[in-house]
Structures are given as structure tokens and as C-alpha cells.
Design a protein around this ligand. Structure first.
Ligand SMILES: C[S@@+](CC[C@H](N)C(=O)[O-])C[C@H]1O[C@@H](n2cnc3c(N)ncnc32)[C@H](O)[C@@H]1O
Length: 225
């Protein structure tokens, strides 16, 4: 896990703070395979009622003390705090941490898991929401992160993690371009550019505790909706 970002590296934090300052900003995402698309940042500040249904349902599985890893602007942490949970938000983005703090998240810490959590701290629920299942990155990094999460989890600890099927994109995402090498469901390629013509099917949110539970989205819920 990495150290806090410098200001120049903190693209996500700038996105949040510029958006909150009233700027017209869009999130540009570049996938490892070269596909680039954009999205509106408002979902990162959305109230509970506007969340994807999978994330709303995932909240039923939250219990006890909560670690919100990659808490961003505190979207999920603030909701759980208002429901009476003790929440610790962690993020490597200084501006995201500042934003979450300003929005009222009581315990939000800058840094990665190793540095931001004390050795004696334990959590009943660990959140990797807002696509933060991606923090597992790959097999090796994923194993490392899961081992670290197991160390900070209580015996009955559970992880709630969410992601998309990365090969599907929502109809209404404004634009997508790529180096022309991507060919997957939901994409139509022409002359080296790709238009987002497919529909996104959220993978759902995975609740992993003693018995893993998994949902498949029955509704299509694009980012920012
Ligand atoms: C897509 S945002 C999701 C924010 C929030 N979880 C939500 O659902 O609204 C991802 C966040 O994870 C943070 N992040 C990325 N890598 C991280 C890491 N290794 N440790 C902690 N936070 C990280 C980013 O700075 C960003 O704020």
C-alpha cells in the first residue's frame, strides 16, 4: 500500500475539491488496456437514497466498528456515522481526506492501511466500496491486502466490496476512446475509437464473511445516477 499522494498526484482529490467549489469537472478514467472514459463526480457525494441499489442493500450487512478504506469524500462513512456506527475513514488523497473531514466524518486519516491503522485496532466491517474492490489490483497485491485486512478485522469481521464488470460501460457515460485494441462485450469499435454503446451491468456488491453472499444487479444503475 502506498504513501499519501503529493498534490500533483492527487487527481481524485482535486476532482472533489474543484467540484465542490462549483467548477465544471469530469472524471477521466484510463483503464490498463488503454480504454479512456469520463464520468461525473457527483456520485462520490451522493446521499444514500441516490446510491446504486447494490450499495444500499450492502448497508444491511454493516455491523459494529467500520473501516472505510479509500473513503474518498466520505460518502459511505458519513451515512454509517449518521446511523450510529463508529467509522474510521482512510485515504491516500490529502484533498479527499480534507473534504471528508469538512463534510463531517469524525475520524478520517491520511495514509495507507499500514500507517493509518494502529496495531491494536480492530474492525467489524471493512468497506471497499465505490469500486474499491479494485484496490486488490492483482493476485499478489490482492493477497497482501487481504492478509492485512484480516489482521485488522475482528473474528467475525466482514468485507463489503463493490465493483463493475470492467468490460461493460453504461449507455450514458459521455465518451469513451481507446487505442483500438479493446474488443469486449458492450463496446463497439470503429477506426481506433470506441463508443460506449453497451449497457453496464454492475457486478453487485460482495459481502464476504463466514458465508459469502453475492448479488447480481437487477437494475442498471449508471455512475452518477
Ligand atoms: C473511486 S474513489 C471511492 C471513494 C469512496 N469509497 C466512495 O465510494 O465514494 C477511490 C478512493 O480510494 C482512494 N485510494 C486509492 N488507493 C488507495 C489506497 N491504497 N489506500 C487508501 N485509499 C486509496 C482514492 O484516493 C479515492 O479517494
Amino acid at each position: 500500500m502506498r504513501a499519501p499522494l503529493t498534490s500533483a498526484e492527487d487527481a481524485f482529490g482535486h476532482l472533489l475539491s474543484d467540484f465542490l467549489a462549483g467548477g465544471r469537472v469530469v472524471e477521466g478514467v484510463e483503464r490498463d488496456d488503454g480504454c479512456v472514459f469520463t464520468a461525473e463526480p457527483d456520485y462520490y457525494l451522493a446521499p444514500f437514497r441516490s446510491w446504486w441499489s447494490q450499495e444500499r442493500r450492502a448497508m444491511r450487512f454493516v455491523r459494529g466498528r467500520v473501516l472505510d478504506l479509500g473513503c474518498g469524500a466520505g460518502r459511505v462513512g458519513l451515512h454509517l456515522q449518521s446511523r450510529g456506527h463508529e467509522v474510521v475513514g482512510i485515504d491516500v488523497s490529502p484533498l479527499a481526506v480534507e473534504t471528508a473531514r469538512q463534510r463531517g466524518l469524525a475520524d478520517v486519516r491520511l495514509g495507507a492501511l499500514d500507517s493509518a491503522v494502529r496495531v491494536d485496532e480492530r474492525f467489524d466491517t471493512i468497506l471497499l466500496l465505490g469500486n474499491n474492490l479494485g484496490l486488490l489490483a492483482g493476485e499478489q497485491q490482492g493477497r497482501r491486502l487481504l492478509r492485512k485486512l484480516a489482521r485488522v478485522a475482528t473474528d467475525r469481521g466482514r468485507i463489503l466490496a463493490g465493483s463493475y464488470d470492467p468490460y461493460r460501460v453504461p449507455r450514458n457515460w459521455p465518451a469513451a476512446t481507446t487505442n483500438g485494441t479493446v474488443s469486449a462485450d458492450g463496446w463497439a469499435a470503429s477506426s481506433g475509437s470506441v463508443s460506449a454503446t453497451g449497457s453496464m451491468r454492475p457486478l453487485g456488491t460482495t459481502s464476504s464473511s463466514h458465508r459469502a453472499k453475492r448479488w447480481r444487479g437487477s437494475r442498471r444503475e449508471p455512475a452518477g445516477s
